[in-house]
Write a protein that binds this ligand. Structure first.
Ligand SMILES: Nc1ncnc2c1ncn2[C@@H]1O[C@H](COP(=O)(O)OP(=O)(O)O)[C@@H](O)[C@H]1O
Ligand SMILES: O=P(O)(O)O[C@H]1O[C@H](CO)[C@@H](O[C@H]2O[C@H](CO)[C@@H](O)[C@H](O)[C@H]2O)[C@H](O)[C@H]1O
Length: 512
């Protein structure tokens, strides 16, 4: 066996570096051991990208953690350049699982290979590889201006590239929406910092028409709602979402060998001078200020997006079967949450009552395409644009295949109501419900809630409070999801949704 990263026949292997780097990334959820990685595709870009080319997916597997040298080869042609750019597509399988395992995730990992180290990119260095041509410095490519220029150009030129070997499986295509000005690949770029499920790069924040390019880190076969939905809204002329500029789509190979097609990236207008709703709302809580006016505007913006989605994309009338399916879904959520958080056991019977109530409701509004995971962090406010809504990918803990289905617009309303509760109560964690500070938080959240619903009702011509039982059931559904989310990601916050479950169920008993 060769030494890690050493050349064997003119190609080098980056598996060892990935094995230690990937598990440290926020978006890598495959675990910290016992995972097998398998190359699923490999796209080679050439700066400044006159025509990008795609090479055939590599075959073979390598275990993680490991310093195997055998299986993520970097083509010789890449290594020979001063700057080589490769977008590695890598599937992660639970160790020992069959290669066809349906639970495997495919990660998008663009890397640059440089013959000279770049001090400005030190924070993005994965490590060093030894090659027959001397060392190569390997960087997390979204931080590297040459990768960003190449990727932006792919979209700007709507460039399509076939696999060098001519197989239809290996192909990426940039698409620029008709009527959109091409983003300029040569403007300064910056990776957005902060907790994110994907990696977003702002291109051209120094001037006019900046663009935000999001790289989907976890690839799933199929159309990504974060491309489809803003695209439909842009076509409909709705201005409550950042304008979609373009996207990148492509093909890769799933662990069992089946070809997959899906979106790799979306590019949208970067809303300069904006703040997200979570930051504004929690600032208001800290300063003891009202958020009612902005809540009302946010309600109106949500209703405008819902109306545009209902006009532009498929809708379905609700039937008794719809209510049954909603009740089943809530029941599954409950079982899922009970498993993750046994503390919910005291609420199981009352929550089961809500399930049955939903099943026997007389009616429900029509189903339509919705946001799916709406909360304050998914809304941006600026003086020039008012509120815009972001990130139509739906709940990250749900399979992509389920996320684009028509659903109740009320689900988004419930999500935002939960978010007002979070903004108010995360600042009083650990205090009893009757503590004056908790009571003040509760009053603040109620004020936002009513203002949001008023704003929504005025814009939509239909008040979500007319479907009070359904709305409460959807708030419960969301709070159960949040219990699982917090248990996995922020156990210190789990008290926020746990207490909400208790309050929502108590309010229901009181209402009967
Ligand atoms: N078009 C945009 N303009 C300005 N800021 C944006 C834009 N899109 C996203 N952001 C910022 O990036 C953050 C993460 O975006 P989001 O779409 O939620 O990414 P992720 O899928 O990684 O969670 C948002 O909270 C917002 O602050
Ligand atoms: O933004 P994402 O799509 O990654 O959504 C996930 O993370 C959110 C937290 O960042 C989480 O939202 C929950 O916490 C928010 C405060 O941080 C709060 O405003 C939301 O109401 C609450 O649901 C979201 O559930 C999760 O899917």
């Amino acid at each position: 066996m060769n030494e890690p990263g050493s050349p064997s026949t003119g190609v080098v292997d980056v598996a060892g570096l990935l094995a230690s780097w990937l598990p440290r990334q926020r978006w890598f959820s495959a675990g910290h051991g016992g995972v097998t990685l398998a190359p699923a595709g490999q796209i080679t870009l050439v700066p400044p990208v006159p025509e990008p080319s795609v090479v055939q997916p590599a075959t073979g597997e390598f275990p993680l953690p490991s310093s195997s040298t055998e299986n993520v080869p970097v083509p010789e042609s890449v290594i020979e350049r001063p700057v080589g750019i490769v977008v590695h597509l890598i599937s992660a399988l639970p160790a020992g699982a069959p290669a066809s395992d349906a639970g495997a995730a495919t990660y998008q990992v663009p890397l640059t290979y440089r013959s000279e180290p770049v001090p400005d990119l030190a924070h993005a260095l994965l490590g060093e590889l030894r090659t027959h041509d001397g060392p190569r410095y390997v960087y997390d490519a979204p931080h590297d201006p040459d990768f960003v220029a190449a990727w932006t150009e792919l979209i700007a030129r709507s460039a399509e590239a076939m696999s060098e070997a001519g197989t239809p499986r290996s192909r990426v295509r940039g698409v620029r929406r008709a009527g959109e000005a091409p983003p300029d690949p040569h403007r300064p770029a910056k990776v957005l910092s902060g907790e994110q499920s994907n990696t977003s790069i702002i291109v051209g924040a120094d001037g006019s028409d900046p663009v935000m390019i999001k790289l989907f880190r976890v690839l799933q076969p199929g159309r990504n709602p974060d491309v489809v939905v803003p695209g439909a809204l842009a076509r409909a002329g709705n201005e409550r979402v950042p304008r979609l500029v373009g996207w990148v789509e492509g093909e890769w190979v799933q662990p069992g060998g089946q070809p997959a097609w899906g979106h790799l990236s979306a590019a949208a207008e970067f809303v300069a001078g904006s703040s997200d709703g979570w930051r504004i709302a929690t600032g208001a809580v800290t300063d003891g200020e009202t958020f009612a006016r902005l809540s009302s505007d946010l309600g109106a913006a949500t209703a405008a997006v819902h109306a545009a989605l209902a006009a532009a994309l498929p809708t379905r009338p609700s039937t008794p079967a719809t209510l049954n399916a909603l009740a089943d879904h809530l029941q599954q959520r409950l079982a899922w949450a009970l498993e993750a958080a046994p503390a919910l056991a005291d609420h199981a019977t009352a929550a089961g009552g809500v399930v049955e109530q939903v099943r026997h409701l007389d009616r429900a509004p029509d189903l339509q395409i919705v946001h799916g995971d709406l909360h304050l962090g998914q809304a941006l406010h600026s003086d020039s644009r008012g509120w815009v809504l972001l990130d139509f990918e739906g709940e990250p803990l749900r399979p992509l295949a389920e996320r684009g289905d028509p659903d109740l617009a009320l689900r988004d309303v419930a999500g935002m109501l939960r978010s007002f509760d979070y903004a108010a109560r995360h600042s009083v964690l650990g205090l009893a419900d009757d503590d004056p500070r908790s009571l003040a938080a509760s009053t603040w959240a109620s004020e936002c809630r009513e203002a949001y619903l008023d704003g929504y009702a005025a814009q939509a011509g239909r008040d979500p409070r007319d479907d009070a039982a359904l709305l409460r059931a959807l708030e419960l559904d969301k709070a159960l999801y949040e219990v699982v989310y917090e248990t996995r990601h922020r156990p210190g916050w789990v008290e926020v949704p746990l207490r909400a479950v208790g309050r929502l169920l108590a309010a229901r008993s009181a209402a009967r």
